[in-house]
Design a protein around this ligand. Structure first.
Ligand code: DP6
Length: 333
């Protein structure tokens, strides 16, 4: 690319069915456990990157607002890594647009860094396949490693004693999944969360007496999840998803000081989901670093479950299906 060209990439968020919660290496963003997610077909992030040979600093605009502070620092640190790998020095002009509230536990950092990784790699002329792009996106935000791919995706933590741990930790599609699933997002709050997921997971690993057990459990959950996805067993996939998420929240609520993202409204939605199951409707909950709930279900049940959520809550309810991996939209002069 020449300096005048702009690379534009689009990526979608993903929601983990088996969660990533805890790093074993903060700098390389290496997780303690493997995780498994579904990429969504809603809330894409579109990111444009252009090199500016005359600029002294990166210029980052997010949703029309000039980035400063932590947002700018994370973007610049990430671009420094791309520049180092590409052997380039130019600063970048980045324009990124989310369609999801940022920082509300709806995975905007996953779509954001997957789109930035792809656009920046293209703009700086960094070669690499999707697996390499996943490793790169991981350095921006762990969950972004998974948004590089569509559908069900597994992110390998990599063996703890790997000679090259950065290389050993990447995501790839789950190729033998036979499930047409949907996620009904029940958006209770759209504001930024009180504690970032980065800080919350750090605190959980360092202080939660429940964390080690969750790690052991999560490894077993992942193995069972692979089997359940392969067999297209919605009930098993749902049950594993819900207990993995509830376990993650229990570990952080036992951290010192405790991190609590769940609110009374979250618990009320969990109650509605339980009642749906008692009525014979296959619906299971998952929650991330925020109060919002995503209801996992068979695609065929999504509309009915969304209607029930609208009846029983004041939340904004969005139905998401399986979505695509990150892709380049255009390279313009
Ligand atoms: C609860 O990927 O946002 O959504 O790597 O520190 O940027 P960093 O964390 P991030 O954490 C996501 C945590 C989660 C679970 C998940 O997506 O697996």
């Amino acid at each position: 690319m020449t300096a005048r060209e702009t690379a534009v990439a689009v990526a979608h968020p993903n929601i983990a069915l088996i969660k990533y919660w805890g790093k074993r290496d903060e700098h390389l963003v290496l997780p303690v456990t493997d995780s498994l997610s579904m990429t969504l077909d809603v809330f894409p992030t579109t990111t444009a990157v252009r090199l500016d040979p005359d600029a002294a600093a990166d210029h980052v605009v997010m949703d029309g607002v000039l980035a400063r502070g932590e947002v700018l620092r994370r973007a610049t640190t990430f671009l420094d890594l791309v520049r180092e790998r590409a052997g380039r020095l130019e600063r970048a002009v980045v324009d990124t647009r989310n369609t999801v509230p940022v920082g509300a536990g709806l995975a905007s950092s996953a779509s954001g860094f997957a789109a930035l990784a792809l656009a920046a790699a293209q703009a700086y002329g960094l070669p690499g396949d999707a697996e390499q792009l996943s490793r790169l996106a991981r350095r921006g935000s762990g969950s972004a490693a998974r948004s590089v791919f569509g559908g069900f995706v597994v992110w390998h933590a990599g063996p703890p004693d790997a000679a090259d741990p950065d290389h050993a930790s990447y995501a790839e599609p789950v190729t033998d999944a036979h499930l047409d699933a949907a996620l009904v997002a029940v958006v209770l709050e759209e504001g930024p969360k009180p504690v970032s997921s980065r800080e919350a997971m750090r605190r959980t690993v360092a202080t939660s007496p429940l964390y080690r057990d969750w790690v052991t459990d999560s490894r077993a959950d992942l193995a069972r999840m692979h089997t359940a996805l392969g067999e297209g067993d919605m009930a098993a996939v749902g049950a594993i998803t819900e207990r993995n998420a509830l376990g993650m929240h229990a570990t952080m609520e036992a951290a010192r000081p405790a991190v609590r993202y769940r609110t009374a409204a979250t618990d009320a939605v969990l109650g509605h989901i339980r009642r749906l199951r008692e009525e014979g409707v296959g619906a299971w909950a998952t929650m991330d670093a925020g109060p919002n709930v995503k209801v996992l279900c068979a695609s065929a049940d999504a509309r009915r479950i969304a209607a029930r959520m609208r009846e029983t809550t004041d939340a904004r309810v969005i139905v998401a299906h399986s979505g695509p991996g990150a892709r380049l939209q255009r390279v313009t002069a």
